[in-house]
Ligand binder design. Structure first.
Ligand SMILES: O=C(O)C(=O)C[C@H](O)C(=O)CO
Ligand SMILES: [Zn+2]
Length: 270
């Protein structure tokens, strides 16, 4: 498991493209036949990809966690970013259609993946909430944006204060309509939470230009399918694709209030 340390906003000035990519972009989470994990010290979020190939794959317990099993002190959200598959938690199977989610509560000992590709997000947990699976219909769909802004999209909230309950994890999926390219416009920061976007369903060869940094000092990352960007609390996060796409957004931190964000008007951005 790769471990990345936290960053401060003043480290952005003078940063090279390579430095930005090594600090904030997870390029290789999805490797056939592996569960790949990345530990970020930004709110201690762990993200990962599981790509079973020749039979089921099991979630392992990397040494830096110093725990007996992965979910001893953590909770986990899993989103199916491939074809139909199954996540099995301590012997109970949760079949997941594409874009569906299972939340796994603290204390579960064995998590197994069968299928094509699953995205994993885990945050520290001090309490146990029940393991629950959800379909897109179970989520709270919110239509946002418009054709004139090229950002018609639907936000599906899975794990949040009024949905699947968790200790600190907040997680959902946003699906852009064909022909819509911009996510999260106007953009925002949320000083009380770190957020990670995993872009998926982006056709091969296409890219998302993801904007990050302080609102008045932005940088961009050119992001491919199934790559994730970590946004520390001080960073805006928004992007536009060369084709439409979906993304998983997941947060951890001080609160679970989705609406607790600082909106940034485009005119304020630099
Ligand atoms: O398209 C959007 O807008 C989003 O999906 C925004 C994310 O949910 C987000 O950044 C929540 O903090
Ligand atoms: Zn956000």
């Amino acid at each position: 498991m790769e471990v990345r340390h936290a960053t401060a906003p003043d480290q952005i000035a003078g940063a090279s493209t390579d430095w930005l990519r090594r600090r904030f972009l997870a390029e290789q989470l999805f490797v056939p036949g592996e569960v790949r994990l990345l530990y970020s010290h930004e709110d201690r979020i762990v993200v990962g990809g599981a790509m079973p190939q020749d039979g089921p794959l099991r979630l392992h317990t990397p040494d830096p966690l110093r725990s007996e099993y992965f979910l001893e002190r953590r909770e986990l959200g899993v989103v199916n970013v491939g074809g139909p598959g199954t996540v099995t938690v301590d012997g109970t199977a949760y079949p997941l259609a594409p874009k569906e989610c299972v939340y796994v509560g603290r204390g579960a000992r064995e998590v197994e993946f069968e299928g094509d590709a699953f995205y994993l997000v885990s945050t520290p947990a001090h309490a146990t909430f029940p393991t629950v699976a959800a379909t897109l219909d179970d989520a709270e769909p919110v239509r946002l944006g418009g054709r004139d802004g090229s950002n018609e999209r639907t936000i599906y909230k899975y794990v949040h204060a009024k949905g699947i309950r968790s200790c600190q994890l907040v997680l959902g999926v946003t699906v852009l309509e064909p022909g819509s390219m911009w996510n999260t416009m106007p953009c925002h920061t949320h000083e009380r939470r770190t957020e990670v976007y995993l872009y998926f369903d982006l056709p091969p060869g296409e890219r998302v230009i993801h904007l990050m940094g302080r609102p008045d000092e932005t940088r961009n990352l050119v992001v491919a399918d199934r790559q994730a960007v970590v946004s520390p609390s001080w960073s805006v996060h928004c992007g536009f694709g060369t084709k439409s796409y979906s993304f998983v957004w997941a947060m951890g931190g001080e609160n679970q209030a989705f609406e607790d964000m600082e909106q940034v008007e485009i005119g304020e951005m630099r």
